[in-house]
Design a binder for this molecule. Structure first.
Ligand code: IPE
Ligand code: IPE
Ligand code: MG
Length: 229
């Protein structure tokens, strides 16, 4: 098990069930991030990708977007030293130029600061959309072809994958979505072609280390055939 990807869903419903504002759900969800990072250490997972903010999430009310960005910045401020001490590398994927400058600067600083760490890579999908990612890859391949650097025959699956945000990251083995929703919501469409999917009913703020371990156990019981026999 090299790579676990998680669609962290259900913060808003978690808050609503408790009569709290949605932002409280997001705040509580940050604790679950700590939990899964801890569990991943024990499981020797090399990549953990967390879907934290989608391209479509820009359509939410401005106040919610602001609350999410503030939480993210706080997470980065508080976590930077700890991540580094634990030899964790941070990598962000998505249309990062759409993020507020204060968020982007923190991300750039921490990515640079942790770039040589190699115990685990925490990949944050921020302002991320798989269709946008695939479209950007197609655009850069077209530019390379037009300028004569490659010819159309050079375009293979491997070459295409090298133009994605995840160029140096292996595909997820396991994809987890919380809150019981059975959909992908524009997450890693290319990369999850053969990932095992585990849907967990719990809302994200209720997700604990034991839930991750249970999902990994479920994964281990699966027979991955990759189309062969
Ligand atoms: C997931 O929780 C976090 C983000 C998408 C940023 P939601 O905010 O989607 O919570 P629900 O799905 O409305 O309960
Ligand atoms: C997917 O959750 C995006 C993140 C978890 C960041 P959404 O709540 O945005 O997805 P939909 O709207 O239920 O498909
Ligand atoms: Mg949701």
């Amino acid at each position: 098990m090299q790579h676990i990807a998680i669609i962290m869903d259900g913060n808003g419903r978690w808050a609503k069930e408790r009569g709290l504002p949605r932002a409280e759900g997001h705040r509580a969800g940050a604790e679950s991030v700590r939990e899964v990072m801890e569990a991943c250490k024990g499981l020797d997972v090399k990549y953990l990708t967390l879907y934290a903010f989608s391209s479509e999430n820009w359509n939410r009310p401005e106040a919610e977007i602001e609350a999410l960005m503030t939480l993210l910045e706080r997470f980065l401020d508080e976590k930077m030293e700890e991540l580094d001490k634990q030899n964790v590398r941070l990598q962000a994927i998505g249309q990062l130029d759409r993020l507020p400058a204060s968020t982007r600067e923190r991300l750039e600083r921490i990515q640079e600061h942790t770039k040589d760490n190699d115990s685990m890579t925490l990949v944050l999908a921020l302002s991320y959309g798989a269709r946008e990612e695939i479209t950007a890859a197609a655009r850069s391949i077209a530019e390379a072809a037009v300028s004569g650097k490659i010819s159309p025959e050079d375009i293979t699956c491997d070459l295409f994958a090298k133009h994605l945000y995840t160029a140096d990251i292996p595909d997820p083995d396991l994809l987890i979505r919380t809150s019981g929703e059975m959909r992908i919501s524009n997450f890693l469409l290319w990369q999850i072609s053969y990932s095992e999917i585990v849907i967990v009913k719990k809302m994200w703020p209720d997700f604990r280390q034991g839930d991750l371990i249970a999902a990994v156990e479920e994964y281990k019981s699966r027979d991955r055939r990759f189309g062969a026999l």
